[in-house]
Design a protein around this ligand. Structure first.
Ligand code: UGA
Length: 438
């Protein structure tokens, strides 16, 4: 099939590349000409495992191309996906101006004899589909026939290609049999279960899913605080809870809390949506509060041990909001570095992929960014692990201990086993972990 994706950001680019990989012919539209040129030349603006190969292969095979022309995309595709940003506004509600603009642009170029399916892939508040439909109808002057469909995306950064190629489920919200038939054809090659709903339900599924996952994280983080106060171990508790199939073990990893470009924004949006509908979702406010408290509790435990942070040499491993991505947006690691610097600490930080973007956007102006985990700990009075990159787990512990001024580790992502670290001669503090005695 011929498909068009409008917006070549994270979701748009990965979706376009994977659609081409399964055999569709895809044109990706972006209004940033520099980005279009780079992508067409094979330069990928984000780090996402496996993505570069797929893009190169499919551009070479002419299954994937990039343009700045919506007209080109709409003329040459039966199904048009909208994957543009839906950023938060100061009050938490969603800024839908990019979606609205794209809807008007599509309206301006659909021809009368072209039936088109317009698919909303961006994360949007419930009832956005209705607005997109009305906008296209109002601004289109050719009397073109079209349908609007909601098809939320569930990919995670860092494993986006795998999530897209092997999804747990595909949600299609549609009020039209004709559009639904085309959507099923788009997803046929993925061999995944398809859940068909109305448009409003599909839109709601996305916000409800992300909020539930954030709730799971805040739940285990609240449990981790009780573990610390009582001497229990959160990893064992998570294992015990998670073994119940009704609960499941995933997203029960205690740590510094959730960050990134999705959860913080989507939970705030769901709260705003519920308030606009007159049924405030107060549980989610508590989810946000626990998330904020988690970082504060961690900082407090650092202060409790180091006493005064001014002039202390602190190493930080990790800047990206999670491993396997260079994305540093709304990263708790970045906030933590800035908090430490504000208190006068001298921070040396390292991240395998996130440093370029941290530098580009000047996110940690007071920190020294170094080239290896070992360089970061040189003379350090404490090491903080803020992102659980695999390469950190494989470091030479003896070399780390040797380089540090004092072998003290605050592990904000429970990357290490407390007993191993204690045996290796470190004073080790995890999140909600039992303190191992030597
Ligand atoms: C999230 C969802 O998982 C995707 O399904 C969704 O498509 C995406 O948002 C989106 O809306 O676009 P993502 O933000 O890429 O994906 O990353 P996650 O793996 O969900 O992690 C989010 C945050 O939660 C990270 O900061 C991570 O460190 C934290 N987290 C995750 C925990 O603290 N504990 C856990 O057990 C899991």
């Amino acid at each position: 099939m011929e498909l068009c994706i409008i917006g070549s950001g994270y979701v748009g680019l990965v979706t376009g590349a994977c659609f081409a990989e399964v055999g569709h012919t895809v044109v990706c539209v972006d209004n940033d000409q520099r980005k279009v040129d780079k992508l067409q030349a094979g330069q990928i603006p984000i780090y996402e495992p496996g993505l570069e190969d797929i893009v190169h292969r499919n551009v070479a095979a002419r299954k994937l191309r990039f343009t700045n022309s919506i007209q080109d995309g709409v003329d040459n595709s039966q199904v048009i996906f909208i994957a543009v940003p839906t950023p938060p506004q100061p009050d938490g509600s969603v800024d839908l101006s990019y979606i609205e603009k794209v809807a008007r642009e599509i309206a301006g170029v659909i021809k009368q004899d072209q039936y088109r399916v317009i698919v909303d892939k961006s994360t949007v508040p419930v009832k956005t589909g209705e607005k997109v439909y009305d906008t296209i109808k109002r601004y289109n002057k050719t009397g073109a026939t079209f349908d609007v469909v909601s098809n939320p995306e569930f990919l995670r950064e860092g494993c986006a290609v795998g999530d897209l190629m092997k999804p747990d489920r595909i949600v299609i919200g549609s009020d039209s049999d004709k559009a639904l038939a085309l959507m099923k054809k788009v997803y046929e090659p993925f061999l995944a279960p398809i859940l068909v709903t109305d448009i409003n339900s599909a839109e709601l599924i996305k916000h409800a899913a992300n909020s539930f996952l954030a709730l799971k994280i805040s739940y285990i983080n609240a449990v981790s605080a009780v573990c610390e106060a009582s001497g229990a171990d959160v990893e064992l508790v998570a294992e015990g809870i998670g073994a119940d199939k009704r609960i499941g073990r995933s997203f029960l990893n205690a740590g510094l809390g959730y960050g990134g470009s999705c959860f913080p924004k989507d939970i705030a949006a769901f709260i705003a949506i519920s308030e606009q509908l007159g049924i405030p979702f107060t549980l989610l406010k508590e989810v946000e509060k626990i998330n904020r408290d988690q970082k504060e509790r961690f900082l407090k435990s650092i202060r409790d041990t180091l006493w005064v942070l001014r002039d202390k040499k602190i190493a930080v491993w990790g800047l990206s909001f999670k491993p396997d991505t260079d994305d540093v947006r709304c990263s708790v690691a970045i906030d933590l570095v800035n908090d430490l610097i504000k208190e006068g600490a001298e921070v040396r930080a390292f991240d395998p992929k996130g440093m370029e973007k941290a530098k580009e956007f000047n996110l940690v102006p007071g920190a020294v960014l170094v080239n290896s985990p070992l360089e970061a700990v040189e003379g350090a009075e404490a090491l903080i692990i803020a992102t659980e990159w695999k390469e950190f787990a494989n470091v030479d512990l003896a070399a780390i201990k040797e380089k540090m001024h004092t072998p003290l580790i605050f592990d904000g992502r429970n990357l290490f086993d407390p007993a191993t670290m204690t045996n290796a001669g470190f004073t080790y503090r995890g999140i909600g972990r039992r303190v191992a005695q030597k």
